[in-house]
Design a protein around this ligand. Structure first.
Ligand code: NAP
Length: 248
């Protein structure tokens, strides 16, 4: 049975795909989930396999609890889960709070917050020594938006990521004595497709002047931080929120 499995939700594109590639290069067997984009997910799997690594792609909607349970059952079929990267996340078209309807808030909170909670629950049930597991590590994808608030763009998304920060701190304390470390990475403006979902594909060009390093980040630069937090090199780090934001 394969051990050392990392599950990366939303591993078909962007930060998740970069994390999947790096995790495989560091010796993890990679289960990556995707929502709709099977072609992109299969491309990441093929790339990992042709470099000699192990990878599987599994379709799942993290905002749907049944789908999350099925995702983890599929991972069980691959081997023993050692780590979870709660990466899948969404934002919607830029607007002010006074334009947002409840349906949008439900979607944003379901994908970003409830999805991460559901996946963490399933991971803890498998990894916690309390449940007979061997321990493990969880990394949640928060955002600098949690601190900056994203006014005029997506305060709903920022609030969801604020919830991820509190979730990270609380869960880290809850499972620290059960062999599981829980941390979050808070990326700044990273070159991925997510900005197009907000209706501004070139958003980084607009905001990069406010980044002390004067540029957007690459998904691979976030992946390095995630892999460090997953690794034994971070053995005394739990409940941490690591900013990967060019100093913003
Ligand atoms: P992205 O390029 O838009 O990719 C999103 C990924 O999540 C895709 O793999 C997508 O699958 C998957 N996904 C979306 N909704 C899902 C759902 N309901 N269930 C399962 N999978 C779902 O995003 P990204 O920029 O790499 O962002 C990754 C994470 O980093 C997110 O949590 C995001 O909030 C966070 N983040 C990003 C930035 C940034 O500037 N890029 C900054 C701060 C934080 P499909 O390919 O099938 O659609």
């Amino acid at each position: 049975m394969t051990s050392n499995i990392v599950l990366i939700t939303g591993g078909s594109r962007g930060i998740g795909a970069a994390t999947a590639r790096l995790a495989a290069a560091r010796g993890y067997s990679v289960c990556l989930s995707y929502l709709n984009n099977r072609t992109a997910a299969d491309d990441v799997v093929r790339e990992i396999q042709s470099a000699g690594g192990k990878a599987w792609a599994i379709q799942a909607d993290v905002s749907d609890e049944t789908s999350v349970v099925q995702l983890f059952e599929a991972v069980d079929g691959c081997g023993q889960l050692a780590a979870l990267v709660n990466n899948a996340g969404i934002l919607e078209r830029q607007m002010r709070v006074d334009e947002m309807d409840a349906a949008r808030l439900q979607r944003v909170l379901a994908a970003n917050v409830i999805g991460s909670f559901s996946c963490a629950r399933e991971a803890v049930r498998r990894m916690s020594t309390r449940h007979g597991g061997s321990g493990g590590a969880i990394v949640n994808l928060s955002s600098m938006a949690a601190r900056l608030g994203a006014p005029g763009e997506y305060v709903d998304y920022a609030a969801a990521k604020g919830a991820i920060d509190a979730f990270t701190i609380g869960l880290a304390k809850e499972v620290a004595s059960e062999g599981i470390r829980v941390n979050a990475v808070r990326p700044g403006a990273i070159h991925t497709d997510i900005h197009a979902s907000g209706g501004e594909p070139d958003r980084i060009e607009r905001v990069k002047g406010s980044v002390p390093l004067q540029r957007g980040g690459q998904p691979e630069e976030v992946a390095e931080a995630i892999l460090w937090l997953l690794s034994d090199a971070a053995s005394y780090t739990t409940g941490a929120l690591l900013d990967v934001s060019g100093g913003r």
